[in-house]
Design a protein around this ligand. Structure first.
Ligand code: PMP
Length: 287
């Protein structure tokens, strides 16, 4: 079966999906994206992702081409056409195609592109072993709350992680961890409390973060919403990350220093199980 993508109103084999040379996403990184997990053929936390998309588009003044219902239909149809039962749906909206000039072009239609990636999220070897992270300076702009397709700082951060034998980079500003290259970062104190950096323009409001913090509250796990330093993270009982493409993943070392006993910790394992239960329940409710 050929891979089908969605581009500007059509479902096409990927080989036929072409974006014009003068697309502002290509020239300026002038666009917004989203990434949503699919589990059992159903979208996880779709409403919250679409709400974040609406907000990001509004902040950069790109008109939203679809209603929430239309977006959902497109996502579901693309998953269906690709036989996607578990994995990821990526989509982006750019300001469109126009002669290169910085100011917004007039009467330009946004470019919409969407594709799927199959991936085992629940049965993940990384969840069993935990992952290593390194720390890097946070080189990004000041509106990280907007899910912009400008990802050069994250590309460099994650490549540095790979070259150091790690799987994620934690970005650091003024001594405090902001977030991972493509994930939200957390630690667990020796008293068993979760520490999460509060939302601001310094980080992306992670949808998995939002769901997980609500679930952890229900489970009676205490939360301290405050920034934490690399030193505190290295001394923490546990560390973990969240993202739509990984749910919850244990972090077992930072810059080569083991966290806790260097194995995935009990609070992280519990949170991962709680999150998977919630995502599975969403799927059953949709069926
Ligand atoms: N922070 C950054 C910088 C990210 O790129 C991502 C994933 N796109 C996240 C956090 C996690 O967000 P979510 O849980 O919505 O996938």
């Amino acid at each position: 079966m050929s891979r089908i993508v969605f581009l500007n109103g059509s479902f096409l084999p990927i080989e036929e999906a072409k974006v014009p040379f003068m697309d502002r996403g290509f020239l300026f990184g002038d666009g917004i994206y989203e990434g949503i997990a699919v589990l059992g053929g159903h979208l996880v936390d779709n409403e919250a992702h679409l709400e974040r998309l609406e907000r990001s588009l509004r902040e950069v003044r790109i008109p939203n081409p679809y209603t929430r219902e239309e977006w959902t239909q497109l996502e579901e149809e693309l998953a269906r056409r690709n036989g996607l039962t578990e994995g990821f749906i990526y989509f982006q909206v750019t300001r469109g195609v126009a002669e290169r000039d910085f100011m917004f072009p007039e009467n330009t239609t946004p470019t919409v592109a969407m594709f799927t990636q199959a991936k085992s999220i629940v049965n993940s070897p990384a969840a069993e072993t935990g992952i290593a992270v390194i720390t890097v300076p946070d080189l990004r702009w000041k509106r990280r709350d907007i899910k912009s397709i400008n990802l050069l700082a994250q590309v460099l951060a994650k490549q540095a992680a790979k070259e150091a034998g790690a799987q994620e980079a934690w970005m650091v500003e003024d001594g405090f961890v902001t977030e991972g290259g493509s994930s939200s970062g957390f630690i667990v104190t020796k008293e068993g409390r979760i520490v999460a950096r509060p939302l601001s323009n310094a980080i992306l409001p992670g949808i998995t973060r939002q769901s997980l913090l609500a679930l952890s509250k229900e489970a009676g796990i205490e939360l301290e919403e405050r920034p934490f330093t690399v030193e505190e993270a290295c001394d923490a009982a546990e560390a973990f990350l969240t993202s739509a493409s990984n749910f919850v993943l244990p972090i077992v070392s930072i810059d080569g220093r083991p966290i806790g006993n260097g194995k995935p910790g009990p609070v992280t394992k519990k949170l991962r199980a709680i999150y998977i239960r919630m995502a599975t329940a969403q799927r059953m409710a949709a069926e």
